[in-house]
Ligand binder design. Sequence first.
Ligand SMILES: [Zn+2]
Ligand SMILES: [Zn+2]
Length: 236
Amino acid sequence: MLHAVFPPECLNCGAHVDSDFAICGSCWAETPFILGAACDLCGTGLPGQSAEGERLVCDECHRIARPWAAGRAVMAYDGVGRKLVLGLKHGDRAEVARAAGPWLARAGADLLAGAPVLVPIPLHWRRLAQRRFNQSALLVQAMGRVTGAEVAPQALVRARATPSQDGRDRDARFRNLSDAIRPHPKYGAILAGRPVVLVDDVMTSGATFAAATEACRGAGATEIRVIALARVGMDT
Ligand SMILES: [Zn+2]
Ligand SMILES: [Zn+2]
């Protein structure tokens, strides 16, 4: 009934599509989904094929120690991928998170061993008040809905507001975030003795995931894994 009045439209271009919260075939083809070989720590796409059981690590993750155990990304932060992420973050396009649920579930399938709890990267309350929603929490809910994994939207908090990461070099990004993320004094208890999958919209330097990983470890999580909707490549 609803579709007769509002036929579903592609999230990117508005073309007719068969189901809600989808992108059309041509936008799909232009979206830089990471479907082939990828770094097992940050999810960045790598050339060539991955052999069965082989662990791939990109140059950047060789240089920067990653405190988490495994990582994935749905797409590169480029072209349509970048547009979708910016729409989710700044443009009130919450429906992008719904579309991303199945994408995260597929890209993160390997991260779901051992019944982990899905946890979003928290926003500081002041930024949350400005933006009215945490895009990472929307992604966690969408991924939880598709996978059936338990979600803990409030397990982590921003202990202090951090200035924007934009324009900072890598070391400054890590300094800026250190100690900024903590387990929630009450809701953080869910992390004890469990594997955790941290979810964020974008991974750039990895500083945010690193800070959140330390917070999860402090709360007693057994193994921390990460997934981003979009991975910013080193040359973008
Ligand atoms: Zn389209
Ligand atoms: Zn990597």
